[in-house]
Design a protein around this ligand. Structure first.
Ligand code: OXD
Ligand code: MN
Length: 601
């Protein structure tokens, strides 16, 4: 087998910061005996270490240096073309019983799976360096913060983890030397990046993740989808908190009144854009700030929900990002950014479909081939990504490091739906809101392999990320509501509704501020709404549409409830609940019946 990740040999003082915790040392040595690396590199997160890893990655063509003037301190990585997205069909939850994993997860028996994976890992790091990456998820002084260790033979993973997590000494300090302390064990090996030997396996009862055969971020940055969501959601239920696929943003009025909002959208539906929204001119004095763009960990305090962003960086979809769609993201990725699978221009810059300005006359596409505007292929892969530190974001919220988190006034669910679902509406109460989340659906995108554009139910945008039985997850949501004395209001939004001409009805992007403003008005108890069968709906008059070039018909279509479409939608809710094989809690079945009854009124 060709060694795709040759070992590197650091000088003294680099790669030798061993943890003091004996449990970690024992585990690393166990994995070392199994994978038989050339050497072990203990990461400490220092600048010197980073420079060394970058220099070695450049030598091995793992990274390409971008032009220092155009994109300072930034690099391009190309993943294997067979390995460009999350692969849900080889993602497994390995709980002791299948029932614990539930109907929405692939399940695999833990002992058999360990044995299969240990077989694949046997000698897998021969001639390679084994990196041990200590990291924390969450602000250093948050009670929610978790420690993880990722073992990997990929330099790209080690470098990306430094951006995406708080990595190195901060984690060693947080863990300390108690051998009984809780921490996540993550093992990753590229093997030979063969799709036939690609598995992403979670053992929630052991707080362990093993991922083999892939080098794509969502499969291998084990902190993110694997720990912060799949294992996180499992731990959250056991420990009474929530781990959600949600952005967190702050909205401040010109008078200085601030609310925080958490919002769940499926992958590649504009979470990063919403989290970094810049209000249009009409909303002079309003400010939107980003706490997180993908994951929220939330706990109850004084009857309210408080959220932290466990991550340290953004791993966003690049195509479509421009100064028009997301100026804050553009500013964030102008420097100190690790790009994956975008195009490289002849002058050392990066390019992608949807970037501002004309396309380059010539570029090297994401596969490393010549590309011109006449090429049939896309220059950047549709799921090409940036990894960039959150501190690059000009709109970063000042409370992002606050250990206690930020209080959440509203939760928003949303999907990509061409029809049926109005621009925005509000749930009647928490349990109704849970129903909105449980039945939300979206047209699929390139973030995961498989067909694009098909409507799939994606409860709370957690379908690929809930690490246990979805029925218990719904029950956990309902249970959290019972413990909240001031619960956030819950809303559903759809920026993607289309008119009969097939065009989007809503301009989206910064103009979403108009919807956000109504959400805030409702939280402040001064926004108008009418009762509809699906929830509280704004009238056109309740939305601030001043200065927006949109005709009345469009607004009516955006807010309209088409009874025929909704009959289909109700049937789809039933089909979905039925497909879950009896795990859906009674409370949500009742919500469905109440919804049917409201339509019949
Ligand atoms: C992501 C995803 O990468 O949801 O955030 O796929
Ligand atoms: Mn995501």
């Amino acid at each position: 087998m060709k060694n795709i990740a040759p070992a590197i040999f650091p000088p003294n003082g680099i790669g030798d910061t061993k943890p003091t915790n004996q449990a970690v040392l024992d585990w690393v040595h166990e994995i070392g005996r199994l994978t038989k690396p050339e050497n072990i590199f203990w990461c400490d997160g220092s600048e010197r270490e980073n420079e060394f890893l970058i220099a070695e990655s450049l030598k091995q063509n793992v990274l390409i240096k971008l032009d220092e003037k155009k994109v300072p301190r930034s690099y391009l990585h190309r993943s294997n073309p067979n390995d460009v997205a999350r692969v849900e069909k080889v993602t497994f939850i390995c709980t002791p019983t299948k029932v614990e994993a539930g109907p929405t997860n692939n399940w695999s028996e833990p002992a058999e799976t360990y044995s299969k994976l240990y077989g694949l890992l046997n000698g897998a790091m021969r001639g390679r360096t084994m990196f041990v990456v200590p990291y924390i998820m969450g602000p250093p002084d948050s009670p929610l913060t978790k420690v993880g260790f990722e073992i990997t033979d990929s330099k790209y993973v080690a470098l990306s983890m430094r951006i995406m997590t708080r990595m190195g000494k901060v984690a060693l300090n947080r863990l300390g030397s108690d051998p009984k302390a809780e921490w996540n064990r993550g093992v990753h090996s590229l093997l030979d990046v063969d799709p036939g030997r690609r598995f992403i396996c979670h053992f929630p009862q052991d707080n362990t993740i093993i991922s083999v055969g892939s080098g794509y971020g969502g499969n291998v940055l084990l902190s993110k989808k694997c720990l912060a969501l799949r294992i996180g959601s499992y731990l959250a239920r056991k420990q009474g908190w929530m781990a959600e696929h949600m952005l967190i943003l702050g909205v401040e009025s010109p008078e200085g009144k601030k609310h925080y909002v958490a919002a769940a959208f499926p992958s590649a539906c504009g979470k990063t854009n919403f989290a970094m929204l810049i209000p249009p001119k009409h909303f002079k004095g309003w400010k939107v700030t980003t706490v997180g763009d993908d994951i929220a960990w939330m706990e109850i305090r004084d009857g309210r929900l408080f959220a932290v962003n466990p991550e340290n960086g953004y791993f966003g979809v690049v195509p479509g990002t421009s100064y028009k769609s997301n100026p804050n993201a553009m500013k964030s990725i102008e420097h100190d950014t690790l790009y994956t699978n975008v195009a490289l221009t002849d002058d050392g810059d990066v390019w992608w479909e949807g970037k501002d300005g004309p396309p380059p006359k010539h570029a090297i596409d994401w596969r490393g081939n010549d590309w011109t505007p006449d090429s049939k292929e896309k220059a950047a892969h549709p799921n090409s990504r940036f990894a960039t530190p959150m501190r690059n974001n000009p709109a970063l919220d000042p409370n992002v490091e606050k250990g206690e988190g930020v209080p959440i006034s509203a939760i928003i669910f949303g999907g990509r739906r061409s029809d049926t679902v109005p621009l925005v509406y509000e749930a009647f109460d928490w349990t109704h809101g849970v129903y909105l989340g449980a039945t939300m659906a979206s047209e699929t995108t390139a973030a995961a392999t498989g067909a694009v554009g098909q409507v799939r139910r994606d409860p709370m945008a957690m379908l690929p990320f809930c690490g246990y039985n979805i029925g218990d997850y719904f029950r956990h949501w309902i249970g959290i509501g019972k413990r909240l004395t001031s619960p956030p209001l819950i809303f559903n939004v759809n920026w993607f509704r289309k008119g009969t001409n097939g065009r989007f009805l809503w301009p989206g992007f910064g103009e979403n501020m108009r919807v956000l403003k109504w959400v805030i008005d409702r939280c402040e108890q001064n926004g108008g709404a009418v009762k509809s069968p699906v929830g509280w709906l704004p009238t056109p008059h309740d939305l601030d549409l001043d200065g927006l070039d949109i005709d009345h018909k469009c607004v009516a279509d955006l807010l309209g409830i088409d009874h025929e479409e909704w009959q289909k939608e109700l049937a789809a809710h039933k089909t979905f609940f039925d497909s879950l094989g009896g795990v859906v809690p009674e409370e949500l079945q009742e919500q469905r019946e109440q919804l049917i009854a409201r339509f019949a009124e």
